[in-house]
Write a protein that binds this ligand. Structure first.
Ligand code: NAP
Ligand code: HSE
Length: 441
């Protein structure tokens, strides 16, 4: 089947990540869409610059106007930033009947009303999931997932650079400028980083969130905006001593008298989930009538997470171009004829780390017997603790954390441990997962 052709403007942090994701997951993507999705063309400012992505099958065009009007391109993806040229190219793209995907929150917040009207007039889509909260599918969650709710408020940490700076200042006592430089090197910051530290970027995102939450036109100038550049290390420490944490929040609230839109540094109790969102991570808390409170968390900036959101938008459009209207998203996400017979693992074949608790006779050599059995099964121990027996008690409690091992080995090892004369009763086993540190395959 004919591929869906993508033309990308901008191959920086997000553009190159998008190219790489489309390439790395090409087979699964074709199974989801029903046909291949390929980057056929791209445009950059300086074609001689080395790129971090493989462009061997991509035709580089010199002129952005040629890309947005190219007859072979189905979807234009704008990943260059800025508002003037981006708006001009966006309008040209939709006028040429191209669907537009963008990560550009400034473009959507400041010119979205105009761009959406033009797209509607031309029967095409403008998709912008990557514009807010990086890899978190927050646009889809609010606009579609919570469509049955009346939303009261949306509040969140929606600038990764700012949160990274505040976290590093608090945790490591680092200086503001030093952390900002690192955020720029990591590809988190905007081309003009004052957008991050003065809250403009968060205000762009809040503008978008408020519109989809409350059904109001985009109104960026209505957002009260205060940045984090005046927050000192001393404020950060003082807040901590008081049991609070300073976070840069975007808050949109619907009250009886209207909607308030604000971005500013905020002290929140350390016990709240939002206070524990660190580094480049973002989180958006939505208060709505049917669900109550819901929280959406994930990486808020950087190539991979943002590229992921760009690719999701591309696939949404590609599926609409491919599928029958009643099956815009296949029931199981993949095309029915492309569902795979992947072997399903039994629990014995699953790998996990484990917490073990057992009662043992308080006599010499018990620990050696237990660790010896674990060793025979190749199970290594991460931590071990033996509680002292209380008065008149002849038994002690042994608690262990193990490294990851196939469950079958753990089950066999536990059988042998329970058979020891010195072990009393059954061994308690609880699986331990460290999702955030797991290597992706
Ligand atoms: P970037 O690394 O600075 O990349 C920008 C790209 O656009 C570069 O490849 C640049 O070309 C190209 N470009 C700039 N002006 C151009 C022009 N006039 N004609 C053709 N190409 C042009 O920026 P980025 O971080 O990827 O961000 C791109 C967009 O995504 C921005 O709207 C940003 O707000 C948004 N975004 C970024 C992130 C993130 O974490 N970085 C997250 C969410 C959204 P050269 O390489 O030749 O200079
Ligand atoms: N500069 C932005 C941030 C990129 O740090 O959150 C993601 O939108």
């Amino acid at each position: 089947m004919k591929p869906v052709n993508i033309g990308i403007i901008g191959l920086g942090t997000v553009g190159c990540a998008t190219v790489e994701i489309l390439k790395a997951n090409a087979a699964d993507i074709a199974d989801r869409v029903g046909r291949p999705v390929v980057v056929s063309h791209a445009c950059v400012r300086d074609p001689s610059k080395p790129r971090s992505c493989d462009l061997s099958s991509v035709e580089l065009l010199k002129d952005t106007a040629d890309l947005v009007n190219h007859p072979d391109i189905d979807i234009v993806v704008e990943l260059m930033g800025g508002t003037d040229l981006a708006l001009d190219l966006g309008l040209q793209a939709v006028a040429a009947g191209k669907h537009l995907v963008t990560a550009n929150k400034a473009l959507i917040a400041e010119h979205g009303n105009q761009l959406f009207a033009a797209a509607q007039a031309n029967g095409v889509t403008v998709a912008y999931e990557a514009a807010v909260a990086g890899g978190i599918p927050i646009i889809k969650a609010i606009r579609e997932g919570l469509a049955g709710n009346r939303i009261h408020s949306v509040a969140g940490i929606i600038n990764g650079t700012g949160n990274f700076i505040l976290s590093e200042m608090r945790d490591k006592g680092r200086a503001f400028d030093d952390v900002l430089r690192e955020a720029q090197e990591l590809g988190y910051a905007e081309a003009d980083p004052t957008f991050d530290v003065e809250g403009i970027d968060a205000a762009h995102k809040l503008t978008i969130l408020a519109s989809i939450a409350f059904g109001i036109p985009l109104n960026f100038p209505a957002v009260f905006t205060e940045g984090i550049s005046t927050v000192t290390a001393e404020d950060v420490t003082n807040a901590e001593k008081l049991g609070y944490r300073i976070k840069h929040l975007g808050i949109a609230e619907q009250t009886e008298s209207g909607v308030s839109l604000r971005v500013h540094p905020t002290l929140i109790p350390q016990t709240q989930l939002l206070a524990n969102v660190h580094g480049v991570m973002n989180a958006v808390q939505v208060q709505s009538d049917a669900v109550g409170e819901s929280l959406y968390y994930g990486a808020g900036a950087g190539g991979g997470p943002t590229g992921s959101a760009v690719v999701a938008d591309i696939l949404d459009i590609a599926r609409a171009l491919t599928a029958t209207p009643e099956q815009r998203v296949p029931f199981l996400g993949f095309q029915p004829e492309r569902l795979k017979n992947i072997p399903l693992l039994t629990i014995e074949a699953v790998e996990s780390a484990y917490y073990l608790r057992m009662r043992a006779a308080d006599q010499p050599g018990v620990m050696a017997e237990v660790t010896g059995i674990l060793g025979q099964f190749g199970i290594s121990i991460e931590a071990i603790e033996q509680t002292e027996p209380v008065q008149h008690d002849t038994q002690a409690t042994i608690i262990m954390l193990t490294h990851r091992v196939i469950e079958q080995k753990m089950v066999e090892a536990i059988k042998q441990i329970e058979a020891l004369q010195t072990i009393v009763g059954a061994v308690t086993m609880i699986r331990v997962e460290h999702f955030n540190t797991r290597q992706s395959t």
